[in-house]
Write a protein that binds this ligand. Structure first.
Ligand SMILES: [Zn+2]
Length: 120
């Protein structure tokens, strides 16, 4: 038997609940009982919700379809995003400008950009 959260084998008995032995993980303090039923929606359903969201369906529509709260759906999407999506590597040749710097930059470049009439 392993911890449900961190898969550690370092756990102790921690009393009984509803006549079942309860265990407590020494590493992450999570508690569980034997033959514990998994709570929450199955992975396939959560994955389907994220898939539909990524293809443009609104969160309200998906939550009505799957009979769940939009806040729950948002939690599934965030979890999926944290697990699978990584921000793109910044491009090394990109020019980063603050908004107030941008104004000066555009004033200097107005002739090459053709903005003589726009910026005075
Ligand atoms: Zn643990």
């Amino acid at each position: 038997m392993n911890c449900r959260k961190c898969q550690s084998t370092d756990f102790v008995k921690n009393g009984h609940i509803k006549k079942k032995q309860r265990y407590k993980c020494k590493k992450c303090d999570s508690q569980w009982t034997e033959n514990h039923k998994h709570r929450g929606r199955p992975l396939a359903e959560r994955a389907l919700a994220v898939f539909l969201y990524c293809h443009g369906l609104s969160m309200n529509a998906i939550s009505k379809m799957l009979d769940t709260a939009p806040s729950t759906l948002l939690k599934w999407i965030r979890n999926f995003s944290n697990q699978h999506a990584h921000p793109p590597e910044p491009q090394t040749d990109a020019v980063v400008l603050e908004l107030d710097e941008m104004w000066h930059y555009l004033k200097e470049k107005k002739q090459t950009l053709g903005l003589e009439g726009v910026l005075s």
